[in-house]
Ligand binder design. Structure first.
Ligand code: B12
Length: 212
């Protein structure tokens, strides 16, 4: 497969949780011509592996934080290129994206935001630990897609609370609600009445485009 060597180096660097190594592997893959999207996907998959190692007690929080920082540095470097790769972006809908209140995990959400932007959506990324009302305000302001990320079982319930707030504000029918994050499943998305469940950034983008 093309870029096998770069893929392995990216994976090993991310799992080593050493920021300089991650940056070096990203620079090397980039210089070798590996597409920005592919680099980010490899890092994202490797980040999930870091999660497994953390759960098994083989890595500790400072490791995870370092891996996350390395991943963020890669996003900063490659994000503009991913967007530029999209070429002529047609005017699509406005999307509000954010990680829900109480949750600071934003790597996966940021990858989704970048890919949606690449596909031509106008993305309003509110960041992480976003107060519930801010999602509603953005929908009031014209966003027709509302994407909520939650990485913890304790915060995924906030996705439902925001859907309820959208209903109370009479906005639910005007917006396509997207939910995601590691603990979120299609079953949960159906249960809380979301329109789209995205397991990955590419699936999210494909499903969002289907709704246009
Ligand atoms: C990195 C990480 C951190 C980093 C976050 C850095 C950052 N800026 O994001 C740091 C070190 C800060 C951190 C902190 C904490 N973490 Co943490 N963390 C992780 C870890 C290892 C990886 C998450 C990640 O980035 N994955 C890689 C990305 C690419 O995948 P993803 O997020 O799933 O995103 C993809 C899809 O889900 C989807 N997607 C994501 N968002 C969205 C949104 C929409 C709308 C759609 C459609 C799709 C979509 O597309 C993405 C791209 O493909 C996970 C382990 C795991 N298995 O998930 C634990 C994990 C989530 N953390 C956990 C915990 C407990 C914490 C802390 C409470 C730890 C502590 N004791 O302080 C704090 C949280 C504090 C808080 N209030 O939020 C637990 C949660 C357990 C639970 N209750 O459910 C986990 C599962 C680890 C564990 N088993 O203990 N963490």
């Amino acid at each position: 497969m093309a870029y096998d060597n770069e893929t392995k180096k990216l994976h090993d660097a991310l799992v080593s949780c050493k920021v300089p190594d991650i940056k070096a592997a990203v620079d090397e893959a980039h210089a070798a011509g590996m597409p920005a999207n592919d680099i980010i996907n490899v890092l994202g998959d490797s980040m999930s592996e870091v999660g497994v190692l953390f759960e098994r007690g083989k890595l500790f929080l400072p490791h995870v934080l370092a891996a996350a920082n390395g991943m963020k540095a890669a996003m900063e470097l490659l994000g503009p290129e991913m967007a530029a790769d999209a070429g002529e972006a047609k005017d699509a809908a406005a999307v509000v994206m954010g990680t829900v209140e109480g949750d600071v995990h934003d790597i996966g959400k940021s990858i989704c935001s970048t890919m949606l932007q690449c596909a031509g959506f106008e993305v309003h990324d509110l960041g992480r630990d976003v107060p519930k009302a801010n999602f509603v305000e953005e929908v009031k302001g014209g966003c027709t897609f509302c994407g909520m990320s939650a990485l913890m079982t304790t915060t995924m319930t906030v996705q439902k609370e925001i859907i309820d707030m959208l209903k109370d504000a009479g906005l639910r029918d005007k917006v396509c609600v997207m939910v995601g994050g590691a603990p979120v499943t299609q079953g949960y998305a159906d249960k809380i009445g979301a329109d789209i469940y995205g397991e990955s950034a590419s699936e999210t983008t494909r499903k969002a485009k289907d709704k246009l």
